[in-house]
Write a protein that binds this ligand. Sequence first.
Ligand SMILES: [Zn+2]
Ligand SMILES: [Zn+2]
Length: 259
Amino acid sequence: MIDSHCHLADEAFAADLSEVVARAQAAGVQGALCILSADEPEEVARAGQVRDAWPAVRFAAAIHPHRTGAYAGRAEHAARLTRDTAVSTTAVAIGEIGLDYHYDFSPRDVQRAVFVAQIGVALELDRPVVIHTREATDDTFAVLREAGGNRVRGVMHCFSGTVDEARAALDLGFYISLAGILTFPKAESLREVARFVPLDRVLVETDAPFLAPVPHRGKRNEPAWVVETARRLADVRGLPFDPIAAQILQNYHVLFGSS
Ligand SMILES: [Zn+2]
Ligand SMILES: [Zn+2]
């Protein structure tokens, strides 16, 4: 099993990182993709501690859509920060990038400009992208098509859209990553998506420290609990856990590389 999206360098884990890693390993989680906020030097510095605590961790780096407001008229500066952080942390992906029209913490035109500029970094470095999109599906796909053409590849992280939106993402060649929301009682439409996505295009993630799955809901999330989401995916598909877990691990390595 693998956690394809978590924030282990977040200060929420600074005090007990080694225990968190030990619990993940005990749960059979072999590694994780740790998302770094490229313009938060303290978090980027903690990447070293994460790597020491869990050598199997790989990194992604970028400027989150929530933080793009600081780069109005300076999208190229944002892209340079992302590029430098990705290189210095040997990141295997650029992310998370995208558009968030739910919170609208940053003006939408600035979000789009910084998104486009960071897709440029992914293409230049030949890395997949980790996409965050919330209530912005049409614009997200439009930007991906315009800025990336058919050259951009990646994953829709914490997917929360419809089956039609999942189909559009798959048509672009993207993977669909399911988070702990899959285990929530009201998430029947997401379970429909989980039944629909081809098994060779699905990933699971925690987005820890956020979004803990049932039965841990409301607590600080951690990579060990990705197993709950994978178990729910297996249930929904009517398949045993082990082959699903093996397939997810393989998908992760196909997308992010096996180094
Ligand atoms: Zn996100
Ligand atoms: Zn995240």
